[in-house]
Design a protein around this ligand. Structure first.
Ligand code: NDP
Length: 445
């Protein structure tokens, strides 16, 4: 297999899907060598089968807004691979959602889920519906209409969705409720559910906490203590806020947070009280990060992302894809940044990734660093199947072990020399080998 030839073919077949092509190219470039060690992969055309999703579902979602107007959105579910377990991956509600973005996310999810050591295939879904500014009743009606169409494709051993951008506990609750009614079953078909109906302790925290645990593993390879380090975070949603919470617990300084409107810069680091306010602002009032600067006077940079505002030790992009470009990466490196651990999926552009790898800093791609969320989703599925609830301590201990295990897999396949691990190569190769072996064993499907 030559990665460039596969990419040329995919580009001609899917010219309007830049995010999907970007994600596939990154993986193919890093697995080319190992793939070519197994001639049987080529005979079974494994790489092409792995790049193309098993199934793409797209549908119209019609719902009625508070003014009585009929509104129409597009809904999607990309079932990418169930080679190692049921389809599993979040649902995203955001105006920017399209088939290319969900195909890239489902592709990434397949490798990420393989890294977790749990039995989960890869999927992703969503809609171009934007929850921003919608009432609770509108959100509920939309979630119900979305699931009225999708429920037949889901099930605890078939396809298990969860949250993502724009989909938190409220939306998962409404979707689960509708699924339960249509399917006439109470099962673990969604993860990220409320604690009163099958949710797992530590699931809301898991992606952010897991990212910090992964960062600690990386820092340990260079004997660096996280205490006192200046960390730039982007976003102020689920992943960003729980990343900040864990960093504060460990004595690091969280100096930036953002949303799509702009970035706050707090040079001395957020206090616990200030972070509590951000949780309240985002979860209760669904407000904007600019309101933080009204309450606690600090620098607010409208329309700006964090990366070029000051110098930082560590960057943890936790908002969305392609939010950190080549110029941002060069500014971070010039400011002395020595670690980047991605909470979001594919937040760094290919140029930024190359800059981090060339500089041999500690750089963890999202599919390794943010796998804590889906890992605890896997633990939620296990608890639902057992009809048991584990304690927060049990789940957190499990999460730490899984993140350490993912780090070990990255090291196994990505160690370049005694002082450098290429985490991109390590994560892609480890994830690929597991899925590839399963596909070979199951025949051509
Ligand atoms: P949330 O919806 O809770 O938060 C998203 C945050 O990112 C918000 O602050 C939002 O700002 C900001 N944001 C979204 N889109 C843009 C944009 N185009 N430009 C600038 N800012 C933007 O989502 P999550 O925290 O759940 O997800 C964040 C990232 O983490 C995503 O890439 C997701 O795929 C990834 N992820 C999430 C997991 C989870 O468990 N939730 C698991 C693994 C990965 P605003 O409110 O202004 O839109």
């Amino acid at each position: 297999m030559k990665a460039s030839e596969v990419m040329a073919d995919l580009r001609s077949r899917f010219p309007a899907e830049p995010e999907y092509l970007q994600a596939v190219e990154e993986v193919l470039n890093s697995i080319e060598d190992v793939y070519n060690e197994y001639p049987e992969f080529e005979r079974w055309n494994l790489v092409e089968r792995l790049c193309l999703p098993d199934r793409i579902l797209s549908f119209r979602v019609s719902w009625v807004d508070d003014q009585g107007r009929v509104r129409n959105n597009m809904g999607y579910r990309i079932q990418h691979s169930n080679a190692i377990g049921p389809y599993k991956g979040g649902i995203r509600f955001h105006a920017s959602v399209n088939q290319s973005i969900l195909k890239f996310l489902a592709f990434e999810q397949t490798f990420k889920n393989a890294l977790t050591t749990l039995a989960m295939g890869g999927a992703k879904g969503g809609s171009d519906f934007s929850p921003r500014g919608k009432s609770d009743m509108e959100i509920m009606r939309f979630c119900q209409a979305f699931i009225a169409e999708l429920w037949r494709q889901l099930g605890p051993d078939t396809d298990v969705p969860a949250g993502d951008i724009g989909v938190g506990a409220r939306e998962v609750g409404y979707m689960f409720g509708m699924y339960k009614k249509m399917a006439r079953e109470f099962s673990g078909t969604f993860t990220g559910k409320g604690l009163d109906f099958g949710g797992s302790l530590i699931r809301p925290e898991a992606t952010g906490y897991g990212n910090v645990y992964f960062l600690q593993q990386m820092l340990a390879t260079r004997g660096i203590d996280i205490k006192g380090k200046r960390v730039a975070i982007s976003g102020s949603g689920n992943v960003a806020t729980y990343t900040a919470q864990k960093l504060l617990q460990l004595g690091a300084k969280v100096v930036t947070m953002s949303d799509s409107g702009g970035t706050i810069y707090v040079p001395d680091g957020l206090t616990d009280e200030q972070l509590d306010y951000i949780f309240e602002l985002k979860n209760l009032y669904r407000g904007r990060i600019s309101e933080f600067a009204d309450r606690y006077p600090c620098e607010y940079h409208p329309g700006k992302r964090p990366w070029q505002l000051a110098s930082f030790d560590i960057a943890m992009p936790s908002a969305t894809q392609n939010e950190l470009d080549g110029d941002d990466a060069r500014a971070l490196l010039q400011g002395g940044c020595f670690a980047v651990s991605e909470g979001a999926n594919m937040p760094s552009t290919p140029e930024a990734v190359k800059a981090f790898i060339d500089a041999r800093i500690l750089y963890a791609p999202g599919k390794a660093a943010n796998a804590g969320g889906v890992s605890v989703s896997g633990l939620e599925m296990a608890q639902n199947a057992q009809k048991l609830t584990w304690t927060a301590q049990e789940v957190d201990d499990y999460l730490r072990r899984i993140m350490a295990d993912i780090h070990a897999q990255c090291e196994r396949y990505g160690r370049v020399d005694s002082s450098y691990i290429n985490y991109v190569k390590g994560a892609n190769t480890a994830g690929f080998m597991k899925v590839a072996r399963a596909m070979m064993a199951q025949g051509i499907l």
